[in-house]
Design a protein around this ligand. Structure first.
Ligand SMILES: [Zn+2]
Length: 290
């Protein structure tokens, strides 16, 4: 019996004899399911439709992952600083990123109530890599390569930032880690929740995987749409989502941007964004009326 398969349909698969003669395993699983709780629904206010988050992600506690991400983020910044590659406060490109982030952050909490307590951070790292990411808990990095080589305007930067924020808000890293580590780390966390064992250095192990984590195409579609809505509410032109990915595709020769190795693109990414532009156009217009 696979614990993960069982978790997908917790209500439907309780053994009929469980209440009469509950096995220790069923009791443990039931306790874990109670600890994990129900899957949170998507935002009621949302204009784009992305459904609910997977309840499987709850195998990895959000607090644990956010702690891991904080530690990993600090290490990345320290390493960049030691090489003289961390943009100082006052760097014009960093100020530009901060301005965009300030317009987007007010529109994030509707996608994840925990994010109200996140300490969002944005840093710029000097590197030719075409890359940007947001770790769990709102720790964002842009590489100068993505700004310079793709020659992104502010609207396109907002689309990338919204996309990365969406990965964190929709807890895609948490879900990926829960799925990939289910037989080792995930289960040890489940054991800890049940009081069956020690967590050990799970947080450190999780952190080291955050930078190379590859999202699924479904995660990408979800982040495209949630990011599009966040950026539109922040007052950034929805059409920039299309021009951004056109630029990314054009740059995909020569080994391709690092970004695309962790953010796999579906063939219909641009068509999907185009189809969703009418849903968010009024949000963009409202932002400018306000
Ligand atoms: Zn992505």
């Amino acid at each position: 019996m696979c614990l993960l398969c069982d978790l997908k349909s917790p209500a439907a698969d309780a053994p009929s004899q469980a209440s009469a003669h509950p096995s220790p395993r069923w009791q443990a699983r039931r306790a874990f399911l109670l600890a994990a709780g129900a899957s949170a629904a998507g935002s009621a206010l949302a204009q784009v439709d992305v459904g609910s988050s997977s309840s499987l992600r709850k195998l990895v506690p959000a607090e644990t992952l956010e702690t891991s991400a904080r530690q990993q983020y600090s290490q990345v910044l320290a390493e960049a600083r030691s090489k003289g590659a961390l943009a100082p406060e006052g760097h014009p490109q960093l100020q530009r990123l901060h301005t965009i982030a300030q317009k987007l952050i007010p529109h994030t909490a509707q996608w994840n109530s925990r994010s109200r307590d996140w300490k969002w951070q944005v840093n710029l790292i000097g590197s030719k890599q075409i890359n940007a990411w947001c770790m769990p808990g709102g720790k964002i990095a842009f590489y100068t390569g993505i700004l310079d080589q793709l020659k992104l305007n502010d609207d396109e930067v907002a689309m990338i930032m919204g996309h990365e924020m969406a990965h964190a808000l929709r807890e895609h890293a948490r879900e990926r880690l829960a799925k990939s580590q289910a037989t080792s780390i995930g289960l040890s966390i489940a054991s800890q929740l049940l009081g069956l064992g020690q967590l050990g250095d799970v947080a450190a192990n999780l952190g080291t995987q955050l930078l190379t984590l590859k999202y699924s195409r479904d995660d990408e579609t979800e982040s495209d749409l949630v990011g599009l809505e966040i950026a539109a509410r922040g007052g950034y032109r929805p059409e920039a989502s299309v021009s951004l990915w056109q630029k990314m595709q054009a740059a995909s020769g020569n080994g391709g941007p690092s970004f695309l190795s962790t953010h796999p693109s579906g063939a219909n990414r641009i068509q999907e964004l185009e189809a969703n532009l009418p849903k968010v156009q009024h949000l963009y217009e409202q932002a400018h009326k306000g």
